[in-house]
Every structure is written in structure tokens, then in C-alpha cells.
Design a protein around this ligand. Structure first.
Ligand SMILES: *Cc1c(COP(=O)(O)O)cnc(C)c1O
Length: 468
């Protein structure tokens, strides 16, 4: 399947059966592009249940009560919310529109957590009046929430966002330290009615051990809160649960090995011999680790089995003993296998110095996250008409924004069977962040349409009907 297009240094994507089936049907691919425009984001959410089940099985092994909240900022479709609810998950929302759309869709308020980094009064009002737990970030936010809640005469249910204090964990802009929160709470008058429902944190990176330390600290704060008369019953460890896009560890290592040895100016692997932030042989920290050994269930199992230095029991056992529910908010790893992005080739040509280029009806914000590149080989679907004259060789993919550096991906790709205008290129496994997190409508080019498999046919996702 991947033999029509691959990176000069290959990074072969792991594909779901639905992706293989779709991409082997060039007429259907053509029809989706003709109906919805290029690019089109295509979703089939059945992998979400399997992803959630891996986490639940690990929790069950440790006899832990686990609740999964899908981090909605990873993918904006309404279909993803529906699937998360069908799979027994809640939703973690990051803005007023994300919250409203979930409530309008019928997500039960007790299955929503509000973790927005900055919260307006309108957002706090909407969450509090619906009964959604608010994760508080700082003291200004606590006071805004109290003000909003004042008229209600009811208790204010909150989670406290904890900044984890440990020499191995880098400083964070999010949350406050345990001692800071405890001081703040002792300062608010008891009749203000703050009820701490749980503790929340979210760490950068994907390290299981760091999450163990976070849970350990949160359990310490929970003991103190209980002695102050609060009744917290959960620790939410946020997202960052790892996934693996590329099955082959060898390919992943080899890619970095080749990249670091490339002479400056040699464009055989990347545009302008871009090292993508790599300094030595190790994979660059400026990109997601596309190959990982410990993912989801195995990762969670390791995390729960960890025994902190000062303790004699594992994190799993400590959660059980304290009768605390563990919550998590996976975005990327829950959406693993749920989407791909399909785009049409607009032209083939050469850069002024002869370097081959393939132009797509797509811009670089439509398959991109905050990291330096999306490191998976796309797949080529020969969908151009019968008379198409294909260009052979290797090329870079350029996009629709009028910028010299408008590369869709920074790597160079081989086209052993040729490529022509009218062919289609699929970017695999893009549902987690890659489609939506930085997409823009610059140049007045419309945002990509979103399509989902409803069990019978491909249909438009409702998010494209909503105007913000
Ligand atoms: C972004 C975010 C998540 C999701 O992170 P992933 O890496 O996609 O799992 C979860 N919780 C919070 C608070 C976040 O900001």
C-alpha cells in the first residue's frame, strides 16, 4: 500500500483496517474530495473504544476506579464527542464554545471537566450554572468563580490544579503549589462554600514516573483537605498518555541517524537539510516521539505499579487505600486511529534550481501541531484521469499559502510509480491535533471539511455547521 509514496528515509505509518480499505478505493476517495473539497478530514472513531479499553484493563488489574475524559482540544468534531460518550468517557473542555457544544450535544454535566487555561466570567457562569466541575488554576480565578457563584446560594464545586513540585519536573505556568492552595483555602470564609471535589494536574511530556510523582503529591494534599472538612474523591492526572504512530523502532532510529549525518545543504532527506531540532543521534525533542514502546495500558500499568521513595506501597495501592478515583484526560492517544487527511495534487513542477515539487490543494496549517514536523509517510492514491502523465522521482510537498517556506511536510518523498495533478495524497492518523490545533483560514481559504463514518455512509460532521 505504501509502495507508491514513501520518505527517502522511511517512516511507515501504522494504519487501521478502515484506512487501508478506504485508500484502496480510489473512486470513493475521489468522490469524497469532489463532494467536500480538498483537503478533507476523514473520521472513523471505532479505535477510540479499543484505546479506552487498554487503559481500563490496566486500571482493573490494579483494582483502580478509572474515569477517562476525552481532551476535546485534540479534535473539534462533534462525532468525537458522541463516540466518547458512547464509550463511557467524559469530556475535558478548554473554552466556552467547547463547553456549550458539549452541553447542547447532551453530554451530562457531571461528565464534563472545565480545564481552560484562561476562563472568562461568561465561561465560569456557564460551567457553574450547569454544574460542571471547574479546574481552578490560580487565586484570581478562585475569586472570579466565587463572585459568579455568590448569587446561587449553593456550594462551588471545584478541582484544584496542582503544580507538581519535584526536582525532576520542570517549572510550569499551570496551577499552584500544594501549600499555596492550602493557604488560599484557609483564607476564604467557610460560608463562601468552596467544595474541593478533587485535584488536577497535567504535565508536559509522556513520562509515567512523573505522573506517579504527581499522583503521590496529590494524595498528600487530599489528606490535608480531608482534615479541613473537604471531601475530595478524585485525582485527575491530565493527558500526555503516550501512543506510537510508527511500529518500527529501527526506522525511527535510522531516520535520526541519517538526518544528523547529512552534510549541510544536502536536501536528499529534508528541505534545506532541516535537522528538525536534532542535535545528536537522539530523536529531536522538537517533534512528537512517533515511535514509543510504552503506550496506553502498558504505560498505565507501570505508572500504577510504581512505589515512591518514601512509601512502601504502590501508587495503585495508595489510590485504593484512599478510596480515590483516578481520572485522566487523553487527547492524542484516545484519537489514535480515528482519522486521516486527504488532499488533491494540484501540480508537479520544479523549483527554480530544479528541485522537484508537488503542489497540493492544502495549506501547512492543515496537517500540523505545535511540533517541528509531522513525521509519517503519506500515502498516494492514483486517482488522476486515465490520460494523466505522471512525474517520477522524489519531491517536496508544497502548499497553498504564498510563502517560500510553505512546505506541507519538511521531508522529501519518493514517487516510484509517479504522481500527477488529480492524484490524491493521504496523511495518516491525523485525528489527534494534526487536523485542527493550528488550522487557519488565511488568504480567505476555507477550513477543511470534516467527514465521519456513521456506520452506513460518510457524512458531514455537525461542527462544520456551527459558526463561532
Ligand atoms: C492538552 C491537554 C490534555 C490532553 O493532552 P494529550 O497530550 O493530548 O493527552 C489534557 N488535559 C489538559 C489540561 C490539557 O491541557
Amino acid at each position: 500500500m505504501n509502495e507508491k509514496m514513501y520518505g527517502t528515509a522511511r517512516l511507515t505509518a501504522r494504519l487501521e483496517p478502515w484506512m487501508e480499505e478506504l485508500l484502496s478505493n480510489s473512486r470513493l476517495c475521489r468522490q469524497l474530495i469532489d463532494t467536500h473539497g480538498s483537503p478533507v478530514n476523514i473520521h472513523e472513531y471505532s479505535a477510540m473504544g479499543r484505546n479506552a479499553q487498554e487503559l481500563r484493563a490496566a486500571a482493573a488489574e490494579h483494582q483502580i476506579d478509572l474515569q477517562i475524559y476525552y481532551a476535546r482540544k485534540a479534535n473539534k468534531t462533534m462525532g468525537a464527542i458522541d463516540q466518547a460518550v458512547r464509550e463511557g468517557c467524559g469530556v475535558d473542555v478548554a473554552s466556552l464554545n467547547e463547553l456549550r457544544q458539549c452541553l447542547d450535544r447532551g453530554v451530562p454535566p457531571e461528565r464534563i471537566i472545565l480545564s481552560a487555561a484562561v476562563k472568562s466570567k461568561a465561561l465560569l457562569r456557564a460551567a457553574i450554572s450547569a454544574g460542571v466541575t471547574v479546574s481552578l488554576d490560580n487565586s484570581d480565578e478562585l475569586h472570579s468563580a466565587l463572585e459568579v457563584n455568590e448569587a446561587s446560594g449553593q456550594a462551588l464545586n471545584v478541582a484544584l490544579r496542582l503544580s507538581i513540585d519535584h526536582r525532576s519536573i520542570p517549572p510550569t505556568r499551570f496551577g499552584l503549589s500544594a501549600s499555596h492552595w492550602l493557604d488560599l483555602l484557609s483564607d476564604v470564609t467557610p460560608n463562601a462554600g468552596v467544595k474541593v471535589a478533587g485535584l488536577h494536574f497535567h504535565l508536559n511530556g509522556y513520562d509515567a514516573h512523573a505522573r506517579s510523582l504527581g499522583i503521590h503529591q496529590a494524595l498528600g494534599v487530599i489528606e490535608e483537605l480531608r482534615s479541613m472538612g473537604h471531601a475530595p474523591d478524585f485525582v485527575d492526572m491530565g493527558g500526555g498518555i503516550p501512543m506510537s504512530y510508527v511500529d518500527s523502532a529501527d526506522q525511527w532510529e535510522d531516520f535520526w541517524y541519517q538526518l544528523v549525518r547529512l552534510p549541510d545543504g544536502d536536501e536528499s532527506l529534508t528541505w534545506k537539510s532541516d535537522r528538525l531540532g536534532a542535535k545528536g543521534l537522539a530523536p529531536s525533542s522538537a517533534v512528537y516521539p512517533y515511535h514509543q514502546e510504552l503506550v496506553r495500558g502498558v504505560w498505565l500499568n507501570e505508572l500504577l505499579g510504581y512505589v515512591p521513595e518514601t512509601e512502601s506501597v504502590s501508587i495503585g495501592a495508595a489510590l485504593r487505600a484512599a478510596d480515590i478515583q483516578l481520572r485522566c484526560e487523553p487527547g492524542r492517544s484516545l484519537m489514535d486511529g480515528c482519522g486521516l487527511t486527504l488532499a488533491e495534487v494540484a501540480f508537479t513542477k520544479q523549483r527554480s534550481d530544479g528541485v522537484p515539487l508537488v503542489g497540493l490543494h492544502m495549506n501547512r496549517t492543515q496537517c500540523r501541531s505545535t511540533s517541528a514536523d509531522f513525521l509519517l509517510d503519506p500515502l498516494l492514491v492514483h486517482a488522476a484521469g486515465p490520460g494523466a502523465e505522471r512525474t517520477f522521482g522524489s519531491a517536496f510537498l508544497v502548499g497553498a499559502y504564498c510563502i517560500e517556506e510553505e512546505l506541507l511536510l519538511r521531508r522529501r518523498f519518493e514517487f516510484p510509480a509517479g504522481v500527477a495533478a488529480g492524484d490524491l495524497i493521504a496523511f495518516p492518523n491525523t485525528a489527534g491535533y494534526l487536523m485542527h490545533i493550528v488550522e487557519s483560514a488565511s488568504h480567505q481559504l476555507p477550513l477543511a471539511a470534516n467527514v465521519l463514518w456513521n456506520g452506513k455512509t460518510w457524512e458531514s460532521d455537525d461542527i462544520d455547521r456551527i459558526r463561532l
